[in-house]
Design a binder for this molecule. Structure first.
Ligand SMILES: *[C@@H]1O[C@H](CO)[C@@H](O)[C@H](O)[C@H]1NC(C)=O
Ligand SMILES: *[C@@H]1O[C@H](CO)[C@@H](O)[C@H](O)[C@H]1NC(C)=O
Ligand SMILES: *[C@@H]1O[C@H](CO)[C@@H](O)[C@H](O)[C@H]1NC(C)=O
Length: 208
């Protein structure tokens, strides 16, 4: 049942154009370059969790002027991690929701194609860390234009997103941002299986 639903949704999506996986919106047609120190991710890469340290650098093989923002959102948070009530952003799989891992605004592109910002992050970068015993999580990077009058749309506004452990990062909507600022310029995803060797703080198990 689950697999046939998944196949059906694949058929509805023009995969050739997609850098975002079927079922994830907003979709983007260009691949966002993502680099961790010496490691450059391929588009839509499957990675062991332990190879993803530090805050990545994002880049685009297209020259852009203006101001941009980047975000990373886990699409595979089990709904059982949700302790509050109310509507939830739909994650990639059934009964899954989202969690914000990174939101950096005020980026501009350098001549090498990478994006840099002198502003502090609205949500500091938090490494992918799927819960023990969970499925591999899918994390999507998006690059959006940032209009001069940008403010977080109501769904995502009024929350404190730091430090990285905060519950307020759950149930983050990227679609409302696209509704405000337009389609993302580029995206990329990384799929991260659980690695039991990663250090975990305290009770942290099934939340990221
Ligand atoms: C999800 O976020 C929206 C907007 O902030 C909020 O109204 C809703 O209650 C949240 N849902 C849960 C389950 O916390
Ligand atoms: C960041 O600050 C440096 C040093 O003040 C400046 O040269 C650079 O242009 C700034 N970059 C951005 C993206 O604002
Ligand atoms: C920003 O300005 C544009 C153009 O004037 C307007 O359409 C949009 O609603 C504004 N956005 C916000 C969040 O105020």
């Amino acid at each position: 049942m689950y697999s046939s639903l998944f196949t059906a949704s694949l058929l509805l999506v023009p995969t050739v154009l997609c850098q975002t996986p079927p079922g994830i919106s907003p979709a983007a047609s260009k691949n966002l370059g993502v680099r961790y120190n010496d490691l450059t991710l391929s588009a839509n890469q499957l990675l062991p969790e332990s190879t993803i340290p530090g805050t990545p650098t994002v880049s685009l093989d297209q020259s852009l002027t203006g101001t941009y923002m980047v975000m990373l959102v886990d699409q595979s948070i089990p709904q059982s991690s949700i302790t509050s009530t109310g509507p939830q952003v739909q994650g990639l799989q059934p009964c899954r929701t989202t969690r914000l891992h990174w939101l950096q605004t005020s980026l501009s592109q350098t001549s090498s194609g990478t994006f840099v910002s002198n502003s502090s992050a609205i949500a500091e970068y938090g490494s992918p860390l799927p819960g023990l015993d969970d499925i591999a999580h899918t994390y999507v990077f998006w690059l959006f234009p940032q209009p001069a009058n940008f403010t977080l749309p109501p769904w995502d506004a009024g929350r404190v997103y730091n430090p990285i452990e905060v519950y307020a990062r759950m149930n983050f909507s990227t679609n409302v941002i696209a509704q405000e600022v337009g389609a993302p310029i580029a995206a990329s995803l990384v799929s991260v299986p659980v690695s039991v060797s990663m250090p975990r703080a305290g009770e942290h198990n099934s939340v990221w």
